[in-house]
Write a protein that binds this ligand. Structure first.
Ligand SMILES: CCCCC/C=C/C(=O)SCCNC(=O)CCNC(=O)[C@H](O)C(C)(C)COP(=O)(O)OP(=O)(O)OC[C@H]1O[C@@H](n2cnc3c(N)ncnc32)[C@H](O)[C@@H]1OP(=O)(O)O
Ligand SMILES: NC(=O)C1=CN([C@@H]2O[C@H](COP(=O)(O)OP(=O)(O)OC[C@H]3O[C@@H](n4cnc5c(N)ncnc54)[C@H](OP(=O)(O)O)[C@@H]3O)[C@@H](O)[C@H]2O)C=CC1
Length: 270
């Protein structure tokens, strides 16, 4: 069976202009490439120019349009400027808050700067970009934030990230209500484990095997499966979907969380 669904017709997103954060690598790159193949012009940011240029080359090779705009989303002014620059040239119909991440640590080992770094990246930057996007949407828009499955259930070794993602879940619902009258939809996608290079670099084969076994559908999520869902939620087909936390996790929300604390990485949760 083909795992990475590829269900949309060519040109399904013609006329769309979507800004994707963290578009140089992993899930963000998969999203950027897919949206561009469907006809959207995609603006992508990240701190490093080189990965963005690689996404630009891949998109161009497939005949699409990708505008690399390096910036740090934790710098609110720089992020606003990057988004406004893209929107002034191409318009804006969608925003995908994908840049994010964390380190794994027991709650008692998270120091103030580590806490702040994760909250700034995974929550505060998302708020600033949503706020910046609002006046740039003309005639409606769609905002998606990439979160993490299980945030609302809790997780071991990720207290800072779970707190930030829970904040994003609340923000998603609040903005969905406030902006619905302007046809701005706001949703959150919560993936299970995705075997991106970044995740591989921060995990052992044993841990990945365990995460696979603990996922009711016995495999990890593919970036293309997140990207396809993003395309759907940005499209008019999802016109009545807003304020939702939508999991792409093979059912792992229903299973016991894996202990991500360094001392017990990959072991059974107690
Ligand atoms: C079932 C679970 C599945 C999990 C699935 C999720 C997977 C993913 O999300 S993977 C894809 C995302 N990629 C990453 O998470 C990797 C990138 N991570 C980071 O870049 C950092 O963790 C960051 C988000 C905190 C980035 O912050 P930045 O400001 O760039 O980082 P600094 O190096 O300056 O550190 C700031 C602060 O944080 C402390 N810190 C960093 N690592 C640790 C650690 N392992 N333990 C404790 N504290 C840590 C660092 O020490 C700094 O504080 P001070 O030392 O006090 O200055
Ligand atoms: N992989 C997984 O298993 C899962 C991932 N997720 C989430 O999905 C998202 C993407 O993850 P994934 O593709 O695996 O990870 P990556 O680390 O590959 O992607 C993160 C991207 O965000 C960019 N980024 C990080 N910090 C900043 C910043 N301050 N400003 C601008 N860009 C930034 C990075 O580029 P640069 O370094 O150049 O800035 C990078 O391209 C993250 O939010 C992650 O937490 C959720 C569930 C599971």
């Amino acid at each position: 069976m083909t795992r990475a669904a590829d269900i949309f017709r060519e040109g399904a997103l013609d006329g769309a202009a979507v800004f994707v954060t963290g578009a140089g690598t992993g899930i963000g790159r998969a999203i950027a490439e897919r949206l561009a193949r469907l006809g959207a012009v995609v603006g992508g940011c990240g701190r490093r120019a080189e990965p963005l240029d690689q996404t630009a080359s891949a998109v161009a090779a497939a005949g699409g349009r990708f505008v690399p705009i390096p910036c740090d989303v934790r710098d609110a002014d720089a992020a606003r400027t990057a988004l406004a620059e893209f929107a002034s040239r191409h318009g804006l119909t969608g925003l995908v808050n994908n840049a994010g991440g964390q380190f794994y640590a027991a709650a008692e080992d998270i120091r103030p700067r580590g806490w702040q770094a994760v909250i700034d990246l995974n929550l505060t930057a998302v708020f600033h970009l949503c706020q910046a996007a609002r006046p740039l949407f003309r005639g409606g828009g769609s905002i998606l934030s990439i979160s993490l499955t299980g945030a609302e259930r809790g997780a071991l070794g990720m207290a800072h990230s779970v707190a930030a993602r829970s904040g994003v879940a609340g923000l998603t619902k609040a903005l969905a209500l406030e902006w619905a009258a302007d046809d701005i939809r706001v949703n959150c996608i919560a993936p299970g484990t995705v075997a991106t290079p970044a995740f591989q670099a921060n995990s052992t084969p044993e841990l990945r095997d365990r995460l696979r076994r603990e996922t009711p559908i016995r495999r990890l999520v593919e970036p293309a499966e997140v990207a396809e869902f993003v395309a759907f939620l940005l499209s008019p087909a999802a016109g009545m979907i807003t304020g939702q936390i939508l999991r792409v996790d093979g059912g792992s929300f229903l299973a016991a969380p894996v202990d991500m604390r360094p001392a017990g990485l990959g072991k059974e949760a107690a």
